[in-house]
Design a protein around this ligand. Structure first.
Ligand code: GUN
Ligand code: ZN
Length: 424
C-alpha cells in the first residue's frame, strides 16, 4: 500500500465535486490484485488507520481522477490543425490519406507510442479511441497500451464504401477481422474492444447489419461511431438511408444503440433522437474543440439534460485541436454558454470536470472502475500543480472557493499543470 497527502478532488453520487484541502489517498491491491483506491478523505481523520503505510507528501498539489477522453482518433495525431471548409472535405483531403499509412504496423506502433505519451502528459488515463481500418493499427495500439498497463478501448474502423483505396475495407473480411480482434483483445488485462463503424455514410447496410450482429453477440463490447456532426453529412445520410427516421435512427435500425455505445458529436439531433439515446442507454461524446474547429455546430446541453441523455467530454483529435482536457473543458464552457440565453447560466467548473472524469466513466458503463477516486476505483489519478505558471500561481492563490480554484485551472491550465500521471 501507498498513501499520498495532498488536496483531493473526487465526485459524489450526485455528480457534485468533493474536495479535501488536506487529504489522504491510500492505494493498494484489492482481493483480485488490482491496484485500487483503498481509502480517501481528510488526512487527520484517516492517518491513524494507515499507520505504517508510506506517505508521499504532496502538499501544495491537487490529486484528481485521471481524465477520460471519450472519443479520440490515435491515427489522427498528425492530422491536428488541418484546415478544411468542413467535415467532409477534411476527411477526403487530409484524414483518409493520412490514415492509409496505418496499414504499416511499425508506423502505427510509432504513432501509438507518441499518442500514449501525449495522453499521459495531459493527464488522460483512459481513452475510447478509433484506430484505422487496418487490423494492424488495432494490434499496435493494444500492444502499446498493454505494455503501459492502461485501461484502454479501441477498435478497427469499419468503412466499406465511399472511402478511397487505402482505407476502404471489404464487408465480409471486415467483420471477420472485427470478431477475431474481439477474441484476441477484449477483456485482456485492462483492454476493451469497440465495434467501430466510422459513420453511416461509409458503411454498407450489410456492414452495419454485421456490426449490429456482433454487438448483440458480444454484449459487453463497446460500440463507437459518429452521428449528426455536420449539416452536409446529415443530408447525405438522409439520401443514403431514405427509410430511416433520422441519422441516429440508422444506427438504431441496425442494433447499434445500446449501453456501451458512444456516439461522437450528437449535435443535429431532434427530441425523438434524444429520447432514443436515453431509452437505449447510448451516450454522446461531446467534442467541443472539434466542433468549433470544423464549424460543425454546438452540442445542446439543455436539450440533452431534458432528455436525460448520458454524455461526457472528448478531444476528437485530430478534428479536435488539443489533447488537453483543460482546453476541452474550456471549449465546452463556451459551447454551454451558447445554448443558454440567460446570462450567467452555463456549465459550472464541477460539471465540466465531472464530464471529463466520472461522467465519462458513466457513459462508458465503467462507473466505479475508473473516473473517480472513491474506494474500489482503479488507482488512475493525476497530480496537478496549481502554481504551474506565474499567472496560475497568482490566480489560484486568490481562489476563495472550489469553483474559483477549478475555474482557474480550466481557463489557464494545460499540460504544464499535470505534474504526474499515475496509472494502476
Ligand atoms: N466522421 C467520420 N469520420 C470522422 C472523423 O474521423 N472525425 C470526425 N470528427 N468526424 C468523422
Ligand atoms: Zn471523431
Amino acid at each position: 500500500m501507498k498513501a499520498y497527502r495532498a488536496a483531493l478532488l473526487r465526485f459524489g453520487d450526485d455528480h457534485q465535486p468533493l474536495y479535501e484541502s488536506d487529504g489522504l489517498l491510500v492505494v493498494g491491491p484489492d482481493a483480485h490484485g488490482r491496484k485500487v483506491v483503498r481509502a480517501v478523505g481528510d488526512h487527520d481523520a484517516l492517518i491513524e488507520r494507515f499507520a505504517g503505510v508510506a506517505v508521499e507528501d504532496l502538499r501544495g498539489y491537487l490529486i484528481a481522477p485521471g481524465f477520460i477522453d471519450l472519443h479520440v482518433h490515435y491515427p489522427q495525431t498528425d492530422v491536428i490543425g488541418a484546415p478544411a471548409a468542413g467535415l467532409l472535405p477534411w476527411l477526403e483531403n487530409y484524414t483518409f490519406p493520412h490514415e492509409s499509412r496505418f496499414a504499416d504496423k511499425d508506423y502505427a506502433r510509432s504513432v501509438a507510442d507518441f499518442f500514449f505519451d501525449e495522453l499521459a502528459r495531459h493527464g488522460v488515463t483512459t481513452a475510447l479511441t478509433f484506430a484505422s481500418s487496418h487490423p494492424a493499427s488495432v494490434d499496435a495500439a493494444f500492444e502499446v497500451a498493454q505494455s503501459r498497463g492502461l485501461r484502454f478501448i479501441t477498435g478497427k474502423v469499419l468503412q466499406d464504401r465511399h472511402s478511397p483505396d487505402g482505407v476502404r475495407d471489404q464487408t465480409e473480411q471486415s467483420l471477420i477481422d472485427t470478431e477475431s480482434l474481439i477474441r484476441r483483445w477484449h477483456g485482456v488485462d485492462r483492454l476493451g474492444y469497440a465495434i467501430t463503424p466510422r459513420f453511416a455514410p461509409t458503411s454498407s447496410e450489410a456492414q452495419l447489419r454485421g456490426a449490429g450482429e456482433l454487438a448483440a453477440k458480444y454484449g459487453d463490447v463497446w460500440i463507437q461511431s459518429h452521428v449528426a456532426e455536420n449539416h452536409d453529412e446529415v443530408k447525405w445520410v438522409a439520401e443514403l438511408f431514405p427509410d430511416a427516421r433520422s441519422y441516429l435512427g440508422v444506427y438504431g435500425d441496425f442494433g447499434l444503440l445500446r449501453e456501451r455505445a458512444v456516439y461522437a458529436h450528437c449535435i443535429h439531433l431532434d427530441a425523438h433522437d434524444r429520447r432514443l439515446m436515453k431509452e437505449t442507454g447510448a451516450a454522446a461524446a461531446i467534442s467541443p474543440t472539434s466542433n468549433l474547429f470544423l464549424g460543425s455546430g454546438f452540442f445542446d446541453y439543455a436539450a440533452a439534460d431534458a432528455a436525460g441523455m448520458r454524455y461526457g467530454l472528448a478531444s476528437d483529435v485530430g478534428g479536435g485541436t488539443s489533447f488537453s482536457p483543460f482546453h476541452t473543458m474550456m471549449a465546452a464552457y463556451y459551447v454551454g454558454r451558447e445554448g443558454h440565453t440567460k446570462p450567467g447560466l452555463s456549465l459550472t467548473p464541477g460539471q465540466l470536470w465531472w464530464q471529463h472524469t466520472a461522467g465519462a466513466a458513466l457513459a462508458l458503463g465503467l462507473q466505479g472502475v475508473v473516473g473517480n477516486l472513491t474506494p474500489g476505483n482503479e488507482a488512475d489519478f493525476v497530480v496537478l500543480n496549481p502554481k504551474a505558471t506565474p499567472l496560475l500561481a497568482r490566480k489560484t492563490a486568490q481562489a476563495g472557493n472550489l469553483d474559483e480554484l477549478l475555474f482557474a485551472l480550466i481557463v489557464l491550465g494545460d499540460d504544464r499543470v499535470v505534474s504526474r500521471t499515475v496509472t494502476a
